[in-house]
Ligand binder design. Structure first.
Ligand code: HEM
Length: 141
């Protein structure tokens, strides 16, 4: 994604302090994003194969992703408080994730972001940020 100078400045400002957490609506906003993400994973045909990698009961997956997102957006360390330290690569090492799974995860997140009542540039920034962990987590072609 090529960024204009204006976008570069704006995106740099999102990295200050807990700006992302605030723009996302804090804890409530992070939980809503995670819940919308997993609702969509259950609804969409394109994400059936990654849904099947999850436990049948998504309650803990929802809670883990929501708490992780709080930390990811420079908010409170809610994941660590409940579940301990996390390294995303290690946490996904037992899950077969190729480009198909990675792209389905990103599609699901793009659609979940669309549902949020946040400024568009902030959603674009977050989607850009998610590319890095999603590509790092991939562990097979
Ligand atoms: C690249 C595609 C990805 C796939 C297919 C995928 C799939 C999964 C699956 C199947 C689980 C296990 C759920 C469970 O056992 O409860 C999981 C856990 C998790 N995922 Fe992902 N994931 C992907 C990318 C990401 C990304 C990019 C993030 C964060 C930005 C993320 C955050 C998490 C977190 C926080 C957990 C909980 C880990 C734990 O506590 O064990 N995932 N993911």
């Amino acid at each position: 994604m090529d960024l204009s100078d204006e976008q570069k400045l704006l995106f740099a400002s999102y990295r200050e302090g807990d700006k992302q957490y605030q723009l996302a609506g804090g804890q409530e906003g992070c939980f809503k994003l995670a819940n919308d993400f997993y609702d969509l994973m259950e609804e969409l045909n394109e994400t059936k194969h990654i849904l099947s990698l999850h436990p049948n009961d998504l309650e803990e997956s929802r809670d883990k992703l929501a708490r992780f997102l709080c930390f990811y957006m420079n908010g409170p360390h809610l994941y660590q408080e409940k579940y301990g330290n996390i390294q995303l690569g290690a946490a996904h090492a037992h899950i077969p994730i190729g480009s198909k799974e990675r792209d389905a995860w990103l599609l699901c997140m793009a659609k979940a972001l669309e549902k949020q009542d946040w400024e568009n540039s902030f959603k674009e920034f977050l989607f850009m940020r998610f590319q890095t962990p999603a590509h790092r987590i991939q562990n097979m072609p």
